[in-house]
Design a protein around this ligand. Sequence first.
Ligand code: ZN
Length: 248
Amino acid sequence: MSDNPVRVLVWDEAPTHAPKSIYPNSLNGAIAEGLNTLSGGSIIATTANIDDPNQGITEEILAAIDVLLWWGHARHGEVTDETAAKVISAVHNGLGFIPLHSAHYSKTFKGVLNCSGDLMGGWREATPPDAEEITVCAPKHPIAQGVEDFVLPQEEMYGNPFGVPPALTVVFQSYFPLGGEYFPSFTTTVGEGIDPEFTSGPGGGVGQGQGKGRVFYFRPGHEAFPTYFDSNVQRILHNGVLWAARRI
Ligand code: ZN
């Protein structure tokens, strides 16, 4: 156990369309279990979902965590504007945020990044499913530590261009050989930072124009496939949590 563990909340929409045969404890349960097991106590991950009181999100809950992971798909419209606003404000003020896969159309993702989240290269649920080839684009990035190029044998395809702001770093690039599409997993920062007025120039230090809130979007995670049990995916989310919490 760590004296100062990273406190994490893994939120999902309690998706009824996610097969119980794959995710008996829902997606948030699988993700939290992976984080807790891999970290050996340096991360304490708990779960919440949309059917909890206050949709699982209050200002008190957000104030008690370092990083929020968000998985939504079919129930984005049920997330209230009030719930989304609490998340957006918290991330803009320094809460780490890891939106996963279909969270690209969530109110929280679109609000945090002030973007459309559109998949302008389309998406595809193929039969048999697409493979997803993941290339490490930034091997020195903390999120990529211990990860080499790997393949998820079954996934849903998302295609570029992606309706998001420019990335701070594209850490991984996904490639779908069935159709030749690409899609990024990337980091960015939001909110005011060291110097909110800074636009360019030597600056007073590294990252002068970066915002308070660290965001890591991770592409894979379709509910019909066991992606969150993959050891590379678990390592990436573990690293992503530590990065979003500014521990690495
Ligand atoms: Zn999906």
